[in-house]
Design a binder for this molecule. Structure first.
Ligand SMILES: Cc1ncc(C[n+]2csc(CCOP(=O)(O)OP(=O)(O)O)c2C)c(N)n1
Length: 486
């Protein structure tokens, strides 16, 4: 019924609205100052040294927006206001025009920042997720960072339902036709499924490297040798392999030797793949945990994203091992009795697994950093993302603010455990969140999943809330000790 209206003069170009939008319905655009544009497509001079001569605009797709209002909540310039959909007709035309603007020149931006990442086209858009969904903004962000060379194994759960809908799918492609390759596996074996994808890719790329090596040795041409060598040296670097693959592909496609033809037939394997395994906490902590643990232990370059709603969201909110003490969920109608499982700590115990906890609007810079580091780390990575959900009994218009509160009160500490630092003689663990400044009890009592316990069992509830808070404190202290900060 209501969608955000942008007031150009107040905009500070932070791009937070686009970052948190669960449906990729609001986006920043950069357009050349002298480009032709429709009347009514108001723009302002783009901020940033590298963006001189560019104009900036925030554009909404009114018909794809669900009206959740999270963009308004996080807007730093307070330039977004919810207005009746019927008053935003003009924006439909503006949106159509915005889709014709060429994609941003990536050399002008630093995509490892929350602001610049939003200039990249989301390769996951307009899914059927709930208004205000806490999960989809993370999925969308990963596709902006790595979607052009990404493969996804998706556990059954909300992310497979909104991710694999029919007859249209929310995964899409960039101007070059590149986008995530996606498949859904059983709830029980998604990590193994993604690991299988990884092994298949690894096998084919090893073969490709052998062939390129052979070509390099057989050719007398110094330029051709150099192209082969460049590719071999950069084949495991996501960004660098793009340019070296382009050169290699052009060379073998122009050549007419059998070896050239064979290499050209494996063009799809030239750019380094970004292998992701995605699922909810029901999958990661419970049903798929054996496989997740096994895949982490293999030491291979597989990235795992856990969308942690602390319940089985898609089937109506059953308790998982991620559900904290005192939270009401199905199968835990009188409040979960036991503590939340510390999946991150279990993964850290291997020592060679990159582990991070993230919380989007609490610290977007830390989130983008964690995703970038995890993807670049050549071994296994695990990112555990705090995701508010309708099952929590909160107003989803403020889901992103709820994430902020969760970190500010110490409910969801942020850290990054990077084994690469240990190799440099440094402590691998960094605690990124500050010591709690807000009331823990106020936070949990503000969510129906906790507050309802006090209505049913008042005495028991107070005790459970205390245990919940003590558990969170104990964890944080442990992390700080490990990080050498306590
Ligand atoms: C073996 C098996 N058991 C149960 C189901 C039904 N099922 C589908 S999704 C789901 C819950 C998923 O919860 P979670 O992993 O937390 O993901 P979320 O929906 O929260 O994103 C369940 C139980 C299933 N598909 N397969």
């Amino acid at each position: 019924m209501n969608v955000p209206e942008w007031e150009a003069s107040k905009c500070v170009q932070c791009n937070q609205c686009a970052l948190v939008c669960p449906h990729a319905a609001i986006r920043p655009y950069l357009i050349d100052a002298d480009a032709k544009k429709p009347e009514g497509f108001e723009t302002i001079a783009a901020r940033g040294k590298t963006l001189a001569g560019k104009e900036f605009r925030i554009q909404l797709s009114p018909l794809d927006c669900t009206g959740c209002g999270n963009c308004v909540d996080v807007c730093l310039g307070k330039c977004l206001t919810m207005k009746p959909l019927a008053s935003q007709k003009q924006q439909e035309e503006n949106w159509e025009f915005a889709q014709t603007i060429p994609e941003v020149d990536q050399s002008l931006i630093n995509k490892a920042t929350p602001k610049d990442s939003q200039f990249l086209k989301p390769l996951f858009e307009f899914s059927g997720a709930c208004a205000g969904c806490g999960e989809t903004p993370y999925v969308k962000l990963i596709t902006q960072l790595f979607g052009d060379r990404m493969m996804i194994a998706n556990a059954t759960g909300c992310s497979s339902i909104y991710g694999g809908s029919a007859p249209t799918v929310p995964y899409t492609t960039n101007d070059k036709g590149q986008g995530p390759a996606w498949a859904n596996s059983l709830f029980e074996d998604n990590a193994e499924f993604g690991y299988g994808m990884f092994l298949a890719t690894k096998q084919r790329r090893t073969k490709l490297a052998e062939l390129v090596n052979e070509l390099m040795e057989n050719t007398e041409d110094a330029d051709k040798k150099q192209i082969c060598q460049n590719w071999l040296e950069t084949m495991n670097d996501g960004e660098k392999s793009k340019a070296s693959s382009e050169a290699l592909a052009a060379m073998v496609e122009a050549g007419d030797c059998d070896l050239c033809k064979e290499i050209a037939s494996m063009k799809d394997m030239m750019v380094k793949k970004s292998q992701w395994v995605i699922g909810g906490d029901g999958w990661a902590y419970d049903i798929g945990y054996g496989g997740l643990d096994h895949v982490l232990a293999q030491g291979e370059d597989v990235n795992i994203l856990v969308l942690d709603t602390e319940v089985y969201s898609n089937t109506g909110g059953q308790a998982s091992k991620s559900t904290p003490t005192g939270s009401i969920a199905k199968f835990a109608a009188s409040g979960k009795r036991t503590r939340k499982k510390d999946l991150g700590m279990m993964a850290m115990s291997y020592g060679y697994v990159y582990v991070a906890t993230v919380a989007m609007s609490a610290n977007p810079a830390q989130l983008v950093k964690a995703m970038t580091e995890a993807e670049a780390y050549p071994g296994p990575s695990l990112i555990i993302a705090y995701a508010p959900c309708i099952n929590h009994g909160i107003n989803m218009a403020h889901a992103q603010m709820e994430i902020k509160k969760a970190v500010a009160c110490g409910y969801w500490p942020l850290y990054r455990y990077n084994p690469a630092l240990e190799e440099q003689g440094k402590n691998p663990l960094t605690v990124d969140s500050k010591d709690p400044t807000e009331s823990y009890q106020d936070f949990i009592k503000g969510e129906v999943r906790y507050a309802s316990l006090a209505k049913l069992f008042p005495a028991k509830a107070e005790e459970a809330y205390k245990v919940n808070e003590e558990d969170a404190k104990r964890r944080l202290e442990n992390y700080k000790k490990m990080a050498g900060k306590a």
